[in-house]
Design a protein around this ligand. Structure first.
Ligand code: TYM
Length: 332
């Protein structure tokens, strides 16, 4: 008998360009894991309006992001790809789970604290309850594994707590998901401020690399990446810039950090940065080429996300029906 594959779930917000951090911390691992799991990949558009978006840009970026999933090598024959707003079950389950999540838990979320500082003029309730929607995303599909970067670990822990709490009250309803955080690349830092994570919402474009950026621009940004004045290529305190470039080289080329350290012993930053730039450009080149092709084939991309949403809604409804029954809603 064929073994039933476990379920993998992950998502990216269409709130800016997709960065090298998103790729190395998340999407690259999705590609590596797609053969071993039944996978769901979501464009988390509901999440992205917790920060003000320009509607036309959001619409455009959402389609671009789904095209990028395809360009990165995710196979729509084997996996489900869709827009979160096309599957109403996400918002429905989020409401229910809101009633099983405490204000105190949400107040402790570091991303909420960061974002409410950065968007002090718009600290909306959605920003506060964002992790509950994320828990709903994951729990709707009885997910086993969630590949994410380090910054999402706290949200995932909350999703596990909410699931366990609900199961404790109403009997087994949700699978408790496990995080999958890669050894290398799970926290790619900004090129201009290497103590901060690389972020698509960084107002300084020199801090991040877009997955579809052209080769010259990538090389320039890496060449001007902030390092230190010590001049040696090794890990250590005050070496965040060099460490970050080593992680980028390791994650894009497959070479271990130890091997990079010993190969570059006694060599200068110029030579090192040139090699990092080349590795990044080579890693992203095929993605950019495929992305340009998918962007020309709107009908195909539309078919992928339309069928994806139908399939996702069917699966999500099964969990939602169970939840509605357990909390005591009358059967429709
Ligand atoms: P988002 O859109 O900020 O990022 C998408 C994925 O990229 C990872 N990531 C990074 N990894 C390494 N280095 C970085 N500098 C870096 N920046 C981002 C993130 O950890 C994430 O895995 N809330 C999520 C989206 C989401 C989600 C979900 C994820 C919504 N529902 C359900 C998993 C499961 C977010 O804002 O990711």
């Amino acid at each position: 008998m064929e073994e039933v594959k476990k379920i993998l779930y992950s998502a990216v917000q269409p709130s800016g360009c997709v960065t090298l951090g998103n790729y190395l911390g998340a999407i690259k691992n999705w590609v590596d894991l797609q053969e071993s799991y039944n996978c769901m990949y979501c464009v988390a558009d509901l999440h992205s309006i917790t920060v003000r978006q320009t509607p036309a840009d959001l619409r455009k970026r959402s389609v671009e992001l789904l095209s990028l999933f395809l360009a990165c090598g995710l196979d729509p024959e084997k996996n489900i790809m869709y827009f979160q707003s096309h599957v109403p079950a996400h918002a429905e389950l989020a409401w229910i789970l809101n009633c099983y999540t405490y204000m105190g838990e949400l107040s402790r979320m570091t991303q909420f604290k960061d974002k409410s500082q950065r968007h002090a003029d718009n600290i909306n309730a959605g920003l506060f309850t964002y992790p509950v929607l994320m828990a709903a995303d994951i729990l709707l599909y009885q997910t086993d594994l969630v590949p994410v970067g380090v910054d999402q670990k706290q949200h995932l822990e909350l999703a596990r707590d909410i699931a366990a709490r609900f199961n404790g009250i109403y009997s087994e309803t949700f699978k408790i998901p496990e995080p999958y955080i890669a050894k290398v690349g799970a926290k790619i830092m900004s090129l201009t401020e290497p103590t901060k994570k690389m972020s698509k919402s960084d107002p300084n474009p020199k801090g991040f690399i877009s997955v579809v950026e052209d080769a010259d621009s990538i090389a320039k940004k890496i060449k001007s990446a902030v390092t230190d004045s010590e001049g040696s290529i090794r890990r250590g305190e005050g070496k965040e810039g060099i460490e970050n470039l080593m992680s980028i080289l390791s994650a894009t080329s497959g070479e271990s950090i130890e091997s990079i350290e010993s190969r570059f012993a006694g060599k200068g930053y110029g030579e090192f940065k040139a090699e990092v730039a080349e590795a990044v450009v080579e890693c992203l080149r095929p993605i950019k080429e495929k992305y340009d092709q998918y962007m020309q084939d709107k009908a195909y991309v539309e078919k992928v996300y339309t069928e994806g949403a139908q399939h996702a809604q069917y699966l999500a409804r099964r969990t939602l029906d169970k939840v509605y029954r357990k909390v005591g809603f009358v059967k429709r």
